[in-house]
Design a protein around this ligand. Structure first.
Ligand SMILES: NC(=O)c1ccc[n+]([C@@H]2O[C@H](COP(=O)([O-])OP(=O)(O)OC[C@H]3O[C@@H](n4cnc5c(N)ncnc54)[C@H](O)[C@@H]3O)[C@@H](O)[C@H]2O)c1
Length: 260
């Protein structure tokens, strides 16, 4: 028996990285999965790798009309929506004093408003059907500041507190809302993005690994397993939590490096 047997789940940003790993794990645990992504090639690839348990729906989560349409078509198709994983993101990086205004706006619109839109349109359906589960991808970057990531830090902190607000508002409607806060995970966003674009990619990867007391980056599947837990009845008394999955990063004061 799977942990999500017969459940209907939407995974945004399901075409890559953490979303891809989670969509695949949800399907392996018995869910029917709607993969939502702005990138139709990536989303279709993941849906076809999963097979009959998955369909792809193209959506820009920064566009409220797209998100409303995504939720509506999932409900039209499957008659209900049990799990919403709000996971897509976009971000600009750079010092706050040099951040382009449109980069700030896009970061907030996709990474924070996208989560709001997902909940805004899913919650009425979940209330009407008598319950549901929402998991939002935040980040340890929502718990503290990073050099050159002010917009991302602000958006992810917003995701964490929006998660708490939704959790308390809907706790008596049989709807649980939690956030997951990954450390640095080896996904295309990191490997082909931040690391590949740095001046010395090998050094950047080593430095990122060394920030983690475990001495390595996380794997997308290691986040997917926690999202599955939060989405399943195993987490039946959890709501409003921001679950840190970071190889020990936030256990460290930040003073001194590794002694070796
Ligand atoms: N990788 C990390 O180190 C890390 C750490 C902490 C948090 N996170 C968070 O995990 C989530 C997934 O990141 P990832 O590393 O797997 O990234 P990724 O780039 O591998 O995947 C992100 C997916 O989101 C899609 N996407 C981008 N903009 C979109 C939009 N407007 N509408 C719909 N889909 C859109 C992309 O096409 C892509 O398929 C994000 O919320 C990210 O902030 C990642």
């Amino acid at each position: 028996m799977g942990k999500l047997d017969a459940k209907i789940a939407i995974v945004t940003g399901g075409g890559s990285g953490i979303g891809e790993a989670t969509a695949k794990l949800f399907a392996a645990e018995g869910a029917r999965v709607i993969i939502a992504d702005i990138d139709d090639r990536a989303g279709n690839r993941v849906a076809s790798e999963i097979g009959a348990a998955a369909i792809f729906h193209q959506a820009d989560v920064g566009n409220p009309a797209d998100v409303e349409n995504l939720i509506k078509s999932a409900v039209d198709h499957f008659r209900r929506l049990d799990v919403l994983f709000n996971n897509a993101f976009a971000s600009t990086f750079g010092p706050i004093g040099e951040t382009p205004i449109d980069g700030w706006q896009k970061t907030l619109s996709v990474t924070l408003s996208g989560v709001f839109y997902g909940m805004r349109f899913a919650l009425p359906q979940m209330v009407a059907q008598g319950g549901g589960v929402i998991v939002n991808t935040a980040s340890i970057s929502g718990l503290g500041g990073d050099y050159g990531a002010g917009a991302y830090n602000a958006a992810k902190a917003g995701v964490i507190n929006l998660t708490r607000a939704a959790a308390i508002e809907y706790a008596r409607k049989n709807i649980r809302v939690n956030a997951v806060c990954p450390g640095v995970i080896a996904t295309p966003a990191v490997l082909n993005g931040l690391i590949a674009r740095s001046r010395d990619p090998q050094r950047a990867r080593r430095r990122a690994e060394e920030c983690h007391p475990m001495g390595r980056l996380g794997r997308p599947e290691e986040i997917a397993k926690v999202v599955l837990f939060l989405a399943s009845d195993d987490a039946s008394f959890m709501t409003g939590s921001a679950v840190v999955v970071d190889g020990g990063v936030t256990a460290h004061t930040g003073l001194m490096g590794h002694p070796l």
